[in-house]
Design a protein around this ligand. Structure first.
Ligand SMILES: C[S@@+](CC[C@H](N)C(=O)[O-])C[C@H]1O[C@@H](n2cnc3c(N)ncnc32)[C@H](O)[C@@H]1O
Length: 281
């Protein structure tokens, strides 16, 4: 059975290899890899074996044991980082119509936002662009967007803020002109977000299933298309922690398939995948 399944593969990838990958990924990141993801795991990890000129998965696991820095490459290879600017646009419409008026009315003038599982930065930059567009005197506010991810390679890309032109081509002239610089020479076909926008976002490495070192609470949290990779227990713990990290009446945005069915006593559903923290009396 094993040899048939491995037919055509450059390296043998047995059920035992896959089990080890699954358990290491789950223990470290909380990510549950379903059994049908075996080919995907192989295809992602095989690039590491080739890059390191390692000839078998057994040798790769031994290599990780003696070179702990490879473990983060192993994790980076296995995370799914699909993202995009203004993904699920209704969330950004909600920021404009419901959150911006609150910010304008508030005397505190300080706004704290968290993009949890930010991938390559599109989500956090979309939030920053929305706030900058809607609050003309934004420099008078103290706005900080924290953007975190477990994957160190996407965080590096996010910090650089360089994207292929086709990733931003449907954002509209206004946004392109105001927030992006067009690449020339070796960067032709790319755009880079302007420094002002980068300055509003702080990218940090954070494993959501570990301790969160942040001190204050947030005005809103985006955690979209991240919890789908976790089991119900992990999701539940995460949502309880988000509750503690949100200011009263503030908002949690989740992905389109991530309804908080089991946590509705803490949150009210007030829009499509938008939850408001209920204040405990
Ligand atoms: C599909 S992307 C979602 C990106 C963005 N939120 C969006 O919706 O466009 C999921 C991200 O969650 C990150 N992630 C997965 N497990 C994580 C964990 N335990 N801690 C922090 N980030 C994690 C992945 O590295 C990946 O970048």
């Amino acid at each position: 059975m094993e040899s048939v399944l491995n037919y055509g593969r450059e390296f043998e990838f047995t059920t035992a290899h896959f089990s080890k990958v699954k358990s290491d990924l789950y223990e470290y990141a909380g990510i549950v890899l379903a059994d049908h993801k075996k080919d995907m795991a192989y295809n992602r990890l095989v690039r590491r074996l080739r890059a390191l000129s390692i000839m078998s998965f057994d040798d790769y696991f031994l290599y990780i044991d003696s070179n702990p820095q490879e473990f983060s490459e192993f994790i980076n290879a296995l995370t799914t980082n699909l993202s995009g600017f203004f993904r699920e646009r209704h969330h950004f419409d909600f920021i404009k119509s419901m959150i911006v008026p609150k910010i304008r009315e508030s005397k505190a003038q300080s706004v704290r936002v968290w993009s949890a599982g930010c991938s390559s930065g599109e989500e956090a930059y979309s939030i920053a662009m929305t706030l900058a567009q809607e609050i003309p005197n934004i420099s008078q506010y103290d706005i900080k967007i924290l953007a975190t991810d477990i994957d160190s390679s996407v965080l590096q890309a996010a910090q650089l803020g360089i994207y292929d032109l086709d990733r931003v081509s449907d954002l509209g002239e206004d946004i392109l002109r105001r927030f992006f610089l067009k690449g020339v020479g070796s960067r032709a076909g790319k755009v880079q977000v302007i420094e002002e926008l980068k300055g509003a976002v702080s990218f940090k490495h954070l494993n959501l299933i570990n301790h969160w070192p942040m001190k204050g609470q947030f005005d809103f949290i985006f955690c979209r298309n991240v919890m789908i990779y976790f089991n119900r227990e992990t999701q539940q713990e995460l949502v309880q922690n988000f509750y503690r990290y949100l200011k009263d009446d503030s908002y949690l945005f989740v992905g389109h398939s991530e309804a908080l069915a089991h946590h509705t006593s803490d949150f009210s559903l007030i829009g499509k995948t938008i939850y408001q923290k209920k204040v405990s009396l």
